[in-house]
Design a protein around this ligand. Structure first.
Ligand code: MN
Ligand code: FE
Length: 340
C-alpha cells in the first residue's frame, strides 16, 4: 500500500514496488535546468514594446505563479509526504519540491529582469480577490491534512487525502498552471518574449511530470483502497475539479480586463475547459465541457495528449535525449543570435 504512515521498515528502496514513481524520479533528474541558462535579458526590447494590457497580463500571472510554487511545496510537505510509505515516491517528491523552488527562482529572475515592481506584484496575491480565492481553495483542503494525530488508515481520512491531492495537483498544477502557461506562451506565438517562452517550456515540462505523478498516485490509491470508490466520492472529486474551474474563469476575467490582440478571457477560458476535460478523462471521468482546443498551436509546443502518451511509454532515455537535443538547439539559437 502506498498510502499509510511510513515506518522504519518501509525505508528500503529495493525491491521497487512503484516503478512509475522511480521512473518519474529519473526523468525528473534528467530534466534538471537552471533559470540563468536562459538569456531573459534578450526579451527586454520586446518588453518595452508591450501594451499596458500585455504588461498587466504578465504581472498578474507572476503574482499568482510565484507564491503558488511555494504553496505546492507546502501541500507536498505537509499533506502528501508524511502519508506515503514508498521511498521511491518520497524521492520523487523531494525532486519535485526542488523543482518548485527552482520555478520560484525562475519567476524571481523575471521580476529582476523586467522593470516590474516586485513589492506590488507580491502584494497583489494578498489583495486581489480572484487570486486570494484560489489560494484559499488550496489551503482549505491542505488544512484538513495538517492535524498531527490524523489517522491515515481510516476511510474518511483516506478520502481527505485524495481530496487535497486532487486540489493541489489536478486543479492547481493540472488546470490553473496550464491556463497560465498557455497565456505566457501566447506571447511567443505572437513573436514576443521568446526567451521567457523557453523558460515556460521548461517549467511546463516539469509540471507535466508533477501531474503524471499526481495522477498515478490517485489511481494507485483508488486501486489499493477499493472501498473509496463509490459514486458519492467520485461526484465529490468531480465537484472539487469544477469548483476549481470556476475560480480560474473568474481569475482570467481579471487577467484580461479588456482583452489583447488575439487573446481575451473567453479564449483562455475555453482552453481551461478543454484542459479540464483532459484531466477528467485521465481520472476516468467523461469530459464535462466538451470544449475544443482554441489554442491549437499549443499542440505543437506542448500538447496535453502528447505528454500523456509520452509518459505512458516509460522510456527514460528518450527524455534524456530530448533534453540533450533541446540544449543543442538552444545554444545554436543563442550563438546565431550573438552573431547577428
Ligand atoms: Mn512549479
Ligand atoms: Fe508543480
Amino acid at each position: 500500500m502506498i498510502l499509510g504512515k511510513p515506518l522504519n521498515e518501509d525505508m528500503n528502496l529495493r525491491p521497487i514496488k512503484y516503478k512509475w514513481a522511480y521512473d518519474l524520479y529519473n526523468q525528473a533528474v534528467a530534466n534538471t535546468w537552471f533559470p540563468h541558462e536562459i538569456a531573459l535579458g534578450e526579451d527586454l526590447d520586446d518588453w518595452k514594446k508591450l501594451t499596458e494590457e500585455e504588461k498587466h497580463a504578465v504581472s498578474f500571472l507572476i503574482s499568482f505563479f510565484n507564491p503558488a510554487e511555494l504553496i505546492v511545496n507546502r501541500s507536498l510537505a505537509l499533506g502528501i509526504y508524511p502519508y506515503i510509505k514508498a521511498p521511491e515516491a518520497h524521492m520523487y517528491l523531494v525532486k519535485q519540491m526542488w523543482e518548485e523552488a527552482n520555478h520560484c527562482l525562475a519567476f524571481e529572475y523575471v521580476l529582476e529582469t523586467f522593470p516590474l515592481d516586485r513589492e506590488k506584484i507580491f502584494s497583489m496575491h494578498l489583495e486581489e480577490p480572484s487570486i486570494k480565492a484560489k489560494e484559499e481553495f488550496i489551503s482549505k483542503y491542505l488544512n484538513n491534512m495538517t492535524d498531527k494525530n490524523l489517522d491515515i488508515d481510516t476511510t474518511e481520512n483516506k478520502k481527505t487525502f485524495v481530496k487535497n491531492l486532487v486540489a493541489y495537483n489536478i486543479v492547481m498544477e493540472g488546470i490553473w498552471f496550464y491556463s497560465g502557461f498557455m497565456v505566457a506562451l501566447s506571447f511567443r506565438q505572437r513573436n514576443k518574449l521568446r526567451n521567457f517562452g523557453s523558460m515556460i517550456d521548461w517549467v511546463l515540462r516539469d509540471e507535466s511530470l508533477h501531474l503524471k505523478f499526481g495522477i498515478n498516485l490517485i489511481l494507485t490509491i483508488l486501486e489499493e483502497n477499493p472501498e473509496l470508490v463509490t459514486e458519492e466520492f467520485s461526484q465529490e472529486i468531480k465537484d472539487i475539479i469544477l469548483q476549481g474551474v470556476n475560480l480560474e474563469l473568474e481569475y482570467n476575467k481579471k487577467l484580461f480586463p479588456k482583452g489583447i490582440l488575439g487573446l481575451n478571457s473567453e479564449y483562455v477560458n475555453q482552453y481551461v475547459k478543454y484542459v479540464t476535460d483532459r484531466r477528467l478523462e485521465e481520472l476516468g471521468f467523461e469530459p464535462h465541457f466538451k470544449a475544443s482546443n482554441p489554442a491549437k498551436w499549443m499542440s505543437t509546443a506542448t500538447d496535453v495528449f502528447e505528454l500523456v502518451n509520452f509518459f505512458e511509454s516509460q522510456n527514460t532515455s528518450y527524455e534524456v535525449n530530448v533534453r540533450a537535443h533541446k540544449k543543442d538547439e538552444d545554444s545554436d539559437k543563442k550563438e546565431s543570435g550573438d552573431k547577428e
